[in-house]
Design a protein around this ligand. Structure first.
Ligand SMILES: Cc1cc2nc3c(=O)[nH]c(=O)nc-3n(C[C@H](O)[C@H](O)[C@H](O)COP(=O)(O)O)c2cc1C
Length: 233
């Protein structure tokens, strides 16, 4: 009780009355107010939240794009070569350096990688946008893509599948593991050798003031890296 507040008329409180807890009904009303407030807050939160976001299908993988896109060269057991575009390619370990690539089982690339268990990951720049799109929208089952796209090969050091001339660089990869993903297979491969354009690669990676890495956005849409942004120390 507030000692400065005037005592209400009526019987004066005795020593026991002062110590007594407030009646149960006042607790209940406090609880009720709190619940109401909570509910109002919740409605406001949901309202603001629904204005900021919308739900989309859980299969909408484009939320993780743009992604760097590469040209994968593969070789059949009888030495035929093929090239396809792939953006679901990622480093997964640095010692040993492993890359993972998800390949659709219906592609010729899948068949060739299964046969020889090797491939090269070629790094295009923005100049190669048309070649990349075509390599990703036609199958080597129907045409000789390397010839049609005017792509020339350059020998690898550690594997029999070559890289492509005129790219920023390429990685020689040997498959060490496969993960079956129903429609696709995730090939995990150990990098055997890396080739880079000397004038474009520094000890910090690609010189973004001199070249632009190609990224796939969606469909025919691509984008590139722009400037380097340095975070604070
Ligand atoms: C930008 C782009 C990225 C692609 N990324 C992948 C990929 O990561 N994995 C995949 O299996 N297919 C990918 N594709 C589709 C294949 O490139 C496409 O199925 C190709 O025609 C397969 O060729 P192939 O049958 O000659 O091997 C991509 C296509 C484009 C245009």
């Amino acid at each position: 009780m507030n000692p400065r507040r005037p005592t209400p008329p009526g019987p004066q409180p005795g020593p026991f009355d002062q110590a007594r807890a407030p009646p149960l009904s006042s607790y209940l009303s406090l609880y009720w107010d709190f619940k109401l407030l909570n509910r109002v807050h919740r409605v406001i939160f949901l309202l603001v939240f629904s204005l900021m976001y919308k739900f989309i299908s859980q299969n909408e993988y484009l939320v993780l794009h743009p992604r760097p896109v590469y040209l994968i060269v593969s070789r059949s057991s009888n030495g035929r070569l093929n090239v396809m575009a792939a953006s679901w390619v990622t480093p997964v370990s640095d010692e040993p350096f492993l890359v993972a690539i998800s390949v659709w089982k219906g592609s010729l690339t899948y068949q060739y990688i299964k046969e020889t268990r090797e491939f090269t990951v070629n790094i295009p720049s923005e100049r190669h946008v048309n070649v990349v799109f075509k390599a990703g929208s036609m199958s080597g089952r129907d045409i000789d893509k390397l010839t049609i796209l005017g792509l020339k090969t350059t020998p690898s050091r550690a594997i029999n599948t070559p890289g492509l001339e005129d790219m920023l660089g390429f990685l020689e990869c040997k498959v060490t593991k496969e993960v079956d993903l129903n429609e696709s297979t995730l090939f995990i491969a150990e990098v055997q050798a890396i080739h880079v354009r000397e004038d474009l690669y520094t000890k910090y990676g690609w010189d973004l003031s001199k070249t632009r890495i190609l990224l796939h956005h969606s469909g025919r849409g691509f984008t590139t890296t722009s400037r380097l942004i340095l975070a604070e120390r």
